[in-house]
Write a protein that binds this ligand. Structure first.
Ligand code: SF4
Length: 650
């Protein structure tokens, strides 16, 4: 009997209009959990080899997690999945807000779309009835405006996930938006939704979510909440820059305790990291050409977390989150407000392009959210274009007259407007830097910094090689949401999972740059654990507080009635990782090709700054990581033995 999960999915064929339910056997949840694990199982079986990601044979899924709606904390993430048109392989993205419980309240763990509609439609599910409705009047409208219209049209209570103009225009760096401009941005899945002419998924359900032991969950959540609510006073924002300086110059490093990060997150959101990350060498600057040296911290007003926190008019929490890192900022200009910009957005639209104008970042944040375009990939693609311009590969004729030089905030804004509309040079850049470099030629591919076609997140592997590893080995490459050395330190998994390497509270920084088996075991543990987290529907930031304080495995047992050990859950995470890798191989991906761009691993090494002279031994790290899964260490292909162990048939 389904407990924790709903035990069924909704299948929508947009070509025929047919809508059906499918019961999912309990054994599938026991083997893959829900969320991205369940989705990997379904997509692997449904999407044929070599499917066109923008064709009717691709399947797009919206999934919730096992813990969503059970009373567990931080359990409000929803995930979108499909074959990525940006990488050609496994694609997923996730977001908070209130959409995840809405999927389960309609009675499903996931809603999957195949085929494609001839005209714009949206799916509307209410009181157990699902139907496709005409969305022609919404096509061309931005995501925030369309969401407001849909909520009004459907009685005021619906939860909506939808695309903006970027997804409609099939931009390969477009995402899917919910809750007034929040976005599941990565993997280019907005374009998949656009290719299916599916404008929105509108949900209004009231089904009860079955839970095995609600009292146990309540007790676990109460204990966890005590850790979340503990919050000492913090100094003013600019102090964070000095903390970053100390982290850069000291030969030793403190293992990051997630409670410290939680303090920062609660006060400023992810923007707390802006100045600190720039100073310590975590933030890539000027298209990864340098670290802290070239973006003067003193002048960097846009990096000071207080700049965005000071214009915050409302703080908000996602569903079931006791922390609340989100906020709405009041802004000048066309938009009167925007979501508080995340660290990733500030650095991608700021330091990466040498743009120090906070107002332009606030404006672009809202413009991109409404358009449904990924701020990371958009900023990284602009940085690529600027470098091409500065090197004479692109000229003013190519850029429609824009003077595309470092830090020209006017040109950056105009260029992104063009990318959203696919207008002039914007059409060339709307599919990300790799595709643009292939079209431009003339050696420009050296300046497109990506892994497997996806622009890298704003964490420099030359500072923390764990990021470089996960950018290169994850089935959805280029992402910062799975692992790094710092994540491993904060997860503190060795405290609850037997056999994992422990971290000492203080260590010599030089140890961080040695590639060895211990690092591979840490990387593999992050991947496995995050598959559990994404099956549970938990927020990554919650898990940073540490495995002893966030009872992921105990919550899962209490919700489902299972009695699995942490080690058994990690095995499930390993099975999901193996299936996603097999999904990629089925789709023709060579795992070796996901290795990130040379510049981002210090080839050639930087001559100055925080990451001076560092080169990441990425080839050895990738091989060592694959060995941890029992996969072929040269090719990254799961071996027949590894597949047999998990009962995966190819
Ligand atoms: S920590 Fe932030 S992103 Fe995560 S669930 Fe809470 S409010 Fe949402």
């Amino acid at each position: 009997m389904a407990e924790g999960y709903m035990g069924r999915i909704l299948l929508v064929d947009l070509s025929t209009g047919e809508i059906s339910e499918e019961i999912i056997p309990d054994g599938i949840y026991e083997n893959y959990l829900s969320g991205t694990g369940l989705a990997a199982y379904i997509l692997y079986n449904m999407i044929p080899a070599g499917a066109n990601p923008l064709g009717p044979e691709n399947v797009l899924g919206f999934v919730s997690g096992i813990l969503t709606g059970t009373g567990s904390l931080f359990a409000g993430r929803w995930m979108v999945v499909g074959k990525s048109p940006l990488t050609g392989g496994w694609g997923d993205a996730n977001c908070g807000g209130n959409f995840s419980p809405a999927i389960k309240r309609c009675g499903y763990d996931g809603i999957f779309f195949k085929g494609s509609s001839e005209k714009p439609v949206y799916l509307y599910v209410k009181n157990g009835k699902a139907g496709l409705c005409d969305a022609s009047h919404l096509w061309g409208k931005d995501a925030v405006e369309s969401e407001e219209m849909l909520i009004r049209e459907t009685g005021g209570k619906s939860r909506v996930a939808l695309i903006g103009p970027a997804g409609e225009n099939l931009s390969l760096i477009s995402g899917i938006v919910n809750d007034g401009g929040r976005i599941a941005a990565r993997s280019g899945l907005g374009a998949v939704m656009g290719s299916k002419k599916l404008k929105a998924v509108v949900l209004d359900g009231a089904k009860r979510i079955p839970v095995h032991d609600r009292d146990k969950i309540k007790k676990l959540s109460k204990k966890c909440n005590k850790w979340v609510q503990f919050q000492p006073p913090l100094p003013a924002g600019p102090v964070m820059g000095h903390v970053g300086t100390l982290m850069r110059v000291l030969p030793t490093q403190m293992a990051m305790n997630g409670m410290l990060y939680k303090f920062l997150l609660r006060k400023w959101g992810t923007g707390s990291m802006n100045q600190m990350s720039i100073e310590m060498g975590d933030s890539p600057i000027r298209n990864w050409l340098c670290s802290n040296v070239d973006f003067d911290l003193g002048k960097s007003i846009s990096a000071n977390p207080d700049v965005f926190a000071d214009c915050e008019s409302v703080k908000y929490h996602c569903y079931s989150c006791p922390l609340g890192c989100g906020g709405i900022c009041t802004t000048k200009g066309k938009f009167t407000e925007t979501h508080k910009p995340e660290y990733e957005s500030v650095i991608a639209l700021g330091g990466l392009c040498m743009n120090d104008d906070a107002d332009s970042i606030l404006y672009l944040n809202e413009l991109l959210n409404r358009a449904g375009m990924d701020t990371i990939s958009a900023g990284a693609t602009v940085a690529f274009a600027i470098e091409c311009y500065e090197r004479g590969i692109l000229t003013k004729e190519d850029t429609d007259g824009l003077e595309l030089i470092w830090g020209n905030s006017y040109a950056i804004v105009e260029l992104i407007r063009k990318m959203i509309k696919r207008e002039g040079i914007g059409d060339l850049l709307a599919d990300g830097s790799k595709v643009a470099a292939e079209k431009i030629g003339r050696g420009s591919n050296r300046y497109a910094i990506h892994a497997g076609g996806q622009e890298l997140a704003m964490h420099d592997g030359r500072n923390d090689p764990g990021y470089a590893l996960h950018y290169s080995v994850e089935p959805a490459p280029g992402r910062h949401t799975i692992g790094s050395q710092m994540y491993y330190e904060m997860f503190q998994l060795w405290k609850v999972v037997k056999g994992l390497p422990r971290m000492w509270p203080l260590y010599f920084k030089s140890r961080k740059y040695v590639a060895n088996e211990k690092k591979a075991a840490m990387g593999a543990a992050c991947s496995k654990f995050m598959n559990v987290v994404n099956g549970a529907g938990l927020c990554l930031f919650g898990t940073f507080i540490g495995a002893k304080r966030i009872p992921t495995f105990d919550w899962l047992n209490a919700a489902t009635g299972w009695s699995k050990t942490p080690e058994e859950y990690m095995r499930i995470g390993e099975r999901v990782q193996t299936l996603k890798q097999v999904f990629n191989i089925k789709q023709g991906i060579n795992p070796v090709d996901y290795k990130l761009s040379s510049r981002a691993v210090g080839k050639p090494p930087l001559k100055e700054g925080a990451n001076e002279s560092r080169t990441v031994n990425i080839e050895k790290m990738m091989s060592d990581y694959w060995t941890q899964f029992g996969w072929d260490r040269k090719t990254g292909n799961p071996t027949p033995e590894a597949l047999k162990e998990f009962g995966i048939e190819v």
